[in-house]
Design a binder for this molecule. Structure first.
Ligand code: F6P
Length: 486
């Protein structure tokens, strides 16, 4: 078998380098061990005069990562436009934040077509293509239009929202139709799969039987594959990280005070404002917790050129400064707020230093920070996870303290409760979660999906070409070498 994995963002083989997302960090070890070819964006663009899209190929364990320079004329419309200003807010049920133009959709389709053409060179008779995430909903259809008959799977790392929400994305019907070119579509949770089925029924009049939908494109299987982590490896990294300079400096700075930790991309789906408001409320309701507990909030900047992200950055800066100004003392800062990224190794040590992990997204596909926080804890004296019931991870980590991130008082009470939870209860909750994490590792996720893709009788389908995105590619500005678009 020759596996080709495709995602917009890829990791470059150094687990200690900061990574902005769950997907890249999660795929890194499985690509290294499986020998897959992993294809993604280099983060640079080039114009149409240069026809060779492959910028770089690097060895990654037994596998390899291939970086593509994407078309300059369409990159912004694809990434900042359709993917992250239309799909991302819709997939996270924030139709109020959708902002999109028809040109953005055209760019999205162009980039999907461009990547499909770049993938042709990896195609061999035994190739399986596995496409990741919302950046590439129509990539499978583009591959079919190029005559590829190999199995093509797709995994959605985000939620799939209710029908009324996806309805607000222009061209969503075209996209859902295009998705039916995939032989297998994987979701994080059963809710996401059900929402997608409801959309097939209402928008395309298609019925799903035994998890299979038949369309003019052939058969597509819809299934649930909750993504996991390598819990043992993460636990070992956390134990080892105590000597890391950042970890030991943090521990020395605490002087017996307890620590809560939050680690997120600076994204409106993560519930950061609600979380800071909950800590503010907690210190107001329980003044004995002033100086007794502080919050370390790492919020890694993300998609900064998009207005909604810039607004969130300003709102958070104002809010944290306001809370610190009201509750702080000359020798005590309630919230340490850091706008930078950390490598997995250091993060593991930071998680282990915190008695409470706060993961409170308003909506999230899975949220691997929740799983990593649990795995990083010492089994002898574990911390407590406070987890939003709207994260996919809540389905498995149900002995965490589950909260509604819209209920600020409730969150404040729950965080206070976490801080005073007796040791035997902490151990019991942690053990149950660790058993679940061990039973659903990232390796298992990868193997289950690939096996399901191989098992499908996908190859012999007749594909009608989809309404194509406008032809003609790659004209426009060329960024100078090394200049990054994001
Ligand atoms: O599914 C969401 C995701 O792909 C995550 O893996 C990651 O958190 C995020 O999006 C990365 O976003 P970006 O590549 O835009 O930084």
């Amino acid at each position: 078998m020759n596996l080709v994995v495709v995602s917009n963002r890829v990791a470059r083989g150094k687990a200690n380098e900061p990574m902005t997302g769950g997907l890249a960090a999660a795929l890194l070890p499985v690509v290294e061990n499986s020998g897959a070819v992993w294809v993604g964006s280099s983060g640079r663009v080039r114009d149409g005069a240069q026809r060779e899209p492959i910028a770089q190929i690097e060895q990654l364990g037994k596998g390899a990562v291939t970086l593509l320079d994407l078309p300059a004329a369409h990159y912004a419309g694809y990434y900042e436009g359709f993917a992250n200003s239309a799909l991302w807010p819709a997939l996270h049920s924030r139709s109020d934040l959708i902002s999109v133009s028809h040109d953005d959709y055209r760019s999205y389709r162009e980039v999907n077509g461009f990547v499909a053409r770049a993938l042709l060179r990896f195609h061999k008779p035994d190739t399986l293509f596995w496409i990741q995430d919302y950046h590439f909903l129509s990539l499978g259809a583009e591959l079919r239009a190029l005559g590829i008959k190999s199995p093509i799977g797709f995994f959605l790392h985000t939620p799939w929202p209710a029908r009324s929400v996806i309805d607000s994305v222009p061209n969503h019907r075209d996209l859902v139709t295009a998705m039916l070119a995939y032989d297998l579509i994987g979701f994080q949770t059963e809710d996401d799969r059900e929402n997608f089925i409801a959309c097939l029924r209402a928008d395309l009049g298609l019925q799903v039987r035994d998890g299979i939908v038949k369309s003019r494109h052939g058969r597509t299987r819809l299934d649930v594959f909750p993504i996991g982590i390598d819990a043992e490896k993460f636990a070992a990294a956390a134990a080892k990280a105590a000597s890391h300079p950042d970890v030991s400096r943090l521990r020395r700075s605490l002087h017996g005070e307890k620590l809560a930790i939050g680690v997120d991309r600076l994204d409106y789906s993560k519930g950061l404002v609600n979380r800071i408001n909950a800590f503010d409320r907690m210190w107001t309701m329980h003044p004995t917790l002033l100086r007794a507990v502080s919050l370390l909030q790492i919020a890694t900047p993300s998609r900064e050129s998009i207005e909604a992200y810039g607004n969130l950055q300003s709102e958070m800066a104002r809010l944290v400064s306001d809370v610190n100004g009201r509750h702080g003392e000359v020798d005590w800062t309630p919230i340490r707020y850091l706008n930078k990224g950390y490598g997995q190794g250091v993060l593991a040590g930071l998680y282990r230093s915190a008695q409470v992990g706060v993961v409170t997204p308003l909506h999230d596909g899975m949220n691997l920070v929740a799983k990593e926080y649990v795995a990083a804890q010492s089994a002898v004296d574990p911390g407590v996870l406070v987890l939003s019931k709207f994260a996919g991870a809540a389905n498995e980590l149900d002995t965490a303290l589950l909260v509604n991130p819209h209920d600020i008082d409730g969150m404040a009470r729950t965080i206070a409760m976490a801080l005073s939870m007796p040791l035997n209860e902490r151990r019991m909750r942690h053990e149950v979660m660790m058993t679940k994490l061990r039973g659903r590792s990232i390796q298992q996720w990868f193997a289950d999906f690939v096996e399901a893709l191989q098992d499908g009788d996908a190859a012999e389908v007749e594909i009608e070409p989809l309404p194509a995105a406008p032809a003609g590619l790659l004209s426009g500005r060329m960024l100078s070498p090394g200049q990054r678009y994001h």
